[in-house]
Write a protein that binds this ligand. Structure first.
Ligand SMILES: [Zn+2]
Length: 448
């Protein structure tokens, strides 16, 4: 619940205050509070990470910036009961020339006309059932949602790649298409509620849709994400939307990486991908962090001189890391970056005593705080060669080049954001913005 909506509930609030004082006196609650561990917050007691100065001349290594973002909204399509809803997704890929972006006035209010002049775009729409909509030919609501997701992945969604499907990129990732990699991906479940089969397999050179050996119904490669498990009666498909958005964003990223990796690898080294949010696969999609880390490791030595050719940064705009960075900002030096090692994260940001390093089964980038020359503080994640708890600057992929770009892209339009992300946030929220084939042309130009 947002702060604003809470404010409209005064009587309820007052009632809960009374309950609070009773609760605090309760011996079970007191015992609970004694068991709580909270992060250290005394600024003088924090042992700050070592700062590393950034060589801003590295910026010239990056020529193009690609930002990727998506959003969705649910629309009710009848006013009767039971309520019926569809979710509309809007995903965008923007390409910028770095030098053109540097010239943008930082505080400018960007309108759609500016957007047209500034960048080249690919806008990808998707509609899926959100509540109480049965798709033709499907046995129930969940089946319809699964089928629509599969059909989207199996369509030529991106105008930048008019003869390619997203599922090709997904397969490339799941089966490690850059190596001999995986031959088979097993599913130990059947997505139909009434079937107990645990033996479905997808093969490297096999089809995207297979038949369940037990119930004989269709199983899609995209069922790998177990979305059916969080589609339910009261909430419809709402639980999957965030994961699905993030999944598609990252598969769009993989699609571009795949294309250049196969056609002109060295070109990748001049591009910086900027993703809204951390470099991680959460929830239903978490399994993909593993092949993604393997892909990153592959790209780490894929350059002409065995150098890393992958430049990706995930930018966080909210959450405990952003709150922490804001809190300690006075203690940080300008134009320095700070690697938050596992010990630091546990002690001061996210309390945990597990043996595994932070994000061990979700992330493919490591957390860094960067304070720019202009004293802006950014929380980012950048790919690391190996996912260890205490990476050094040399373990990150081209970190100084990436930070140099960010130092020029700070945006006053939104808090904790940079221009490419602000622009794409704007783009995916503009419903009538025309799609374009310029990204396609750009890609062709850079290959031929
Ligand atoms: Zn089955």
């Amino acid at each position: 619940m947002s702060f604003n909506s809470m404010r409209n509930r005064k009587p309820f609030e007052r009632a809960s205050m009374v309950n609070h004082s009773q609760l605090i006196q309760n011996k079970h609650v007191q015992a609970f509070i004694n068991e709580c561990i909270i992060p250290e917050s005394d600024l003088d007691k924090i042992e700050y990470p070592v700062g590393h100065a950034v060589n801003l001349d590295e910026i010239d290594k990056i020529k193009h910036i690609i930002s990727i973002d998506g959003g969705y909204s649910e629309t009710y399509i009848n006013k009767g009961f039971p309520s019926t809803a569809i979710a509309f997704f809007n995903l965008g890929v923007l390409l910028f020339e770095r030098e053109a972006l540097e010239n943008i006035e930082r505080s400018v209010i960007i309108n759609p006309e500016d957007l047209k002049k500034l960048k080249e775009i690919d806008k990808i729409p998707l509609a899926i059932p959100a509540r109480n909509v049965l798709m033709k030919g499907c046995q129930d609501f969940s089946h319809g949602v699964r089928k629509v997701i599969y059909q989207f992945f199996n369509s030529k969604a991106s105008s930048a790649f008019p003869d390619k499907t997203l599922i090709e990129a997904l397969r490339w990732l799941m089966f490690r298409g850059w190596s001999d990699g995986e031959k088979v991906v097993p599913l130990d479940f059947c997505p139909y509620e009434d079937c107990k089969s645990k033996k479905t397999e997808f093969y490297r050179h096999g089809p995207n849709v297979v038949t369940c050996k037990s119930c004989g119904r269709e199983i899609y490669l995209t069922d790998y994400f177990r979305f059916h498990e969080i589609i339910n009666e009261p909430n419809g498909a709402s639980g999957i939307f965030g994961y699905l958005t993030s999944l598609i964003e990252q598969i769009l990223l993989v699609q571009i990486i795949k294309y250049f990796y196969e056609n002109n690898k060295q070109c990748l080294s001049k591009m910086l991908f900027i993703k809204d949010g951390p470099l991680a696969f959460f929830g239903q999609t978490f399994r993909l962090h593993k092949p993604m880390r393997e892909l990153i490791a592959q790209l780490f030595k894929a350059g002409e001189n065995k150098e890393s050719i992958i430049n990706i940064v995930g930018l966080e705009k909210s959450g405990p890391f952003v709150e922490h960075a804001f809190y300690i900002q006075e203690k940080l030096k300008e134009n320095h970056f700070y690697i938050l090692n596992d010990e630091y994260i546990r002690k001061y940001i996210v309390s945990q005593t597990s043996q595994n390093v932070y994000g061990h089964n979700t992330y493919y980038g490591w957390k860094v705080i960067y304070k720019t020359e202009e004293k802006d503080v950014l929380v980012i994640s950048i790919p690391v060669e190996k996912y260890i708890g205490d990476p050094k600057p040399e373990n990150f992929s081209n970190i100084e080049a990436v930070l140099s770009v960010l130092s020029k892209m700070r945006c006053n339009m939104y808090e904790n954001s940079v221009v490419p992300i602000a622009l794409i946030n704007k783009l995916v929220s503009i419903s009538e913005f025309p799609s374009s084939k310029i990204l396609e042309n750009y890609i062709k130009k850079n290959i031929d």
